[in-house]
Design a protein around this ligand. Structure first.
Ligand SMILES: [Zn+2]
Length: 450
């Protein structure tokens, strides 16, 4: 009997704990958020204050020292860094309306009668905001809130009203957070010189992150989870050990929408995947000091691209679609470009395409979507190998390859010379799909580039 007693006690405590948790979980008395107090009286006099929200703490509670607790003494208190002691607004008969249309975005507005003010809440945690409004509703309905531990409306501590950390720079292994988490509010994170081999999976949970700089580590692969960072606009991975930029990462819709800058300089990449051309919002692409011999043939699809730099690779030619880009600056110094005079046409035939090629040409022309689920793998590979003729049509084996010398100043306003002699001409490789296109090209090879 004596041996079973402690176990029984333990069970009872557990049950009590659960009931307390259940009762208190939906009630949040203090809310950390951004608040903009808008004076409605100013608007009626045609004066409008420029909205400037500051980080604040909102609490619902009773004034201390009020004697017996009465419902009509409930207040909302607003504390900011400028006003830590807080301003108190009575709740009963003083709240005209609560706007909750955007509560799922962490926003709500509480309209007060006196003073004539709107408390505009933003950047609040959605669950906490809902709970806070829940308490407010109960207070308004005059429900008995005695069972809830209301705030004592004491002045907010500095920690509660200080702005959440949005920027973190870690440049030594000693500063790397091993035992505690990264602040969830981070928008910019730099982790350098930490000899990181794999990207820490905790980073993928930082949903507000827009800039991630992991330069100067030893990272080898970029996992697909990086696409969980739905707002990521800058990804810097320079000076790592990356050999392959995974095609599946480029196919993630979130990154296609958000990514503006991708820096893969000083890695060991031999080939960029074709799928990188799906990252259509890229503005700045850097891959200096890698081992690339070719660029993806559809690079011209990156129509927002303004800056491209690929110094010190092993590029011998550029794909024809490169000439579709309209860039601010291009830097291709230190590559091993082929030397050609005007243009060259290599062996090939444009006579009669096979039936497979005819079918594949129309699939590509009509942009019929295909995947490994619908087609045999080798047909998918075949379709992926499509070459686009300057006329816009696609071709496969039945095509003629040409190389022509083009001046980079045609695609960019600022051009860094490609060699020490100051040259800006580069060989461009393309394909021609039919005898007509071949004839047009031979008549005037440069006309195509206008
Ligand atoms: Zn053609």
């Amino acid at each position: 009997m004596t041996r079973t007693m402690p176990i029984a006690k333990h069970v009872i405590y557990d049950i009590l704990w659960v009931t307390v948790e259940k009762a208190e979980a939906p009630y949040i008395m203090r809310l950390s958020c951004d608040v903009d107090c808008v004076n409605r009286a100013l608007a009626t006099h045609n004066l409008k204050k420029a909205g400037k929200s500051s980080h604040a703490q909102l609490s619902i509670g009773r004034k201390p020292g009020n004697g017996p607790l009465k419902e009509n003494t409930l207040y909302i208190m607003l504390c900011t860094a400028k006003d830590r002691n807080g301003t108190k607004y009575p709740i009963k008969d003083n709240i005209m309306q609560v706007f909750t249309k955007f509560v799922s975005e962490g926003k709500a507005t509480i309209r007060l009668k006196q003073p004539e003010q709107d408390i505009c809440i933003s950047k609040a945690d959605v669950i906490q905001l809902k709970s806070f409004l829940n308490v407010l509703r109960q207070a308004l309905q005059g429900k008995n809130l005695d069972s809830i531990t209301l705030s004592s409306l004491a002045p907010a501590s500095a920690k509660n009203i200080e702005k959440p950390k949005t920027n973190l720079v870690i440049t030594t292994k000693r500063d790397y957070p091993l035992t505690k988490n990264f602040p969830m509010s981070l928008e910019s994170l730099q982790v350098s010189e930490c000899r990181m081999k794999r990207i820490d999976s905790r980073i993928f949970n930082l949903r507000n992150l827009t800039r991630l700089d992991l330069s100067n580590n030893s990272i080898e692969i970029i996992p697909d989870e990086i696409s969980k960072l739905q707002n990521l606009s800058e990804l810097k991975l320079a000076h790592n050990n990356i050999t392959i930029f995974s095609p599946s990462v480029c196919l993630k819709e979130s990154l296609q929408k958000s990514l503006n800058l991708l820096d893969l300089s000083n890695n060991k990449i031999q080939k960029l995947p074709l799928q990188i051309c799906e990252l259509v919002n890229l503005v700045n692409l850097k891959f200096d000091n890698n081992e690339m011999e070719v660029l993806p043939p559809t690079i011209g699809r990156l129509h927002r691209l303004q800056f491209i730099s690929a110094c010190n690779n092993k590029l011998r030619t550029l794909p024809a679609s490169f000439m579709k880009l309209r860039l601010d600056s291009v830097d291709l110094f230190g590559n091993s470009f082929d030397v050609i005079e005007n243009y060259q046409i290599s062996a090939g035939s444009v006579d009669v395409p096979t039936l497979v090629e005819c079918a594949a040409r129309s699939i590509k022309k009509s942009r019929v979507p295909y995947s490994e689920e619908d087609l045999h793998l080798h047909l998918c590979r075949y379709l992926d190998s499509a070459r686009q003729c300057w006329c816009g049509n696609y071709c496969f084996q039945c095509s003629v390859r040409y190389t022509s010398k083009v001046d980079l100043r045609r695609v960019a306003s600022t051009v860094t010379a490609v060699d020490v002699q100051g040259g800006t001409g580069v060989p461009v490789e393309g394909f021609l799909c039919s005898p007509q296109c071949l004839k047009k090209f031979q008549n005037n090879p440069n006309a195509y580039w206008k």
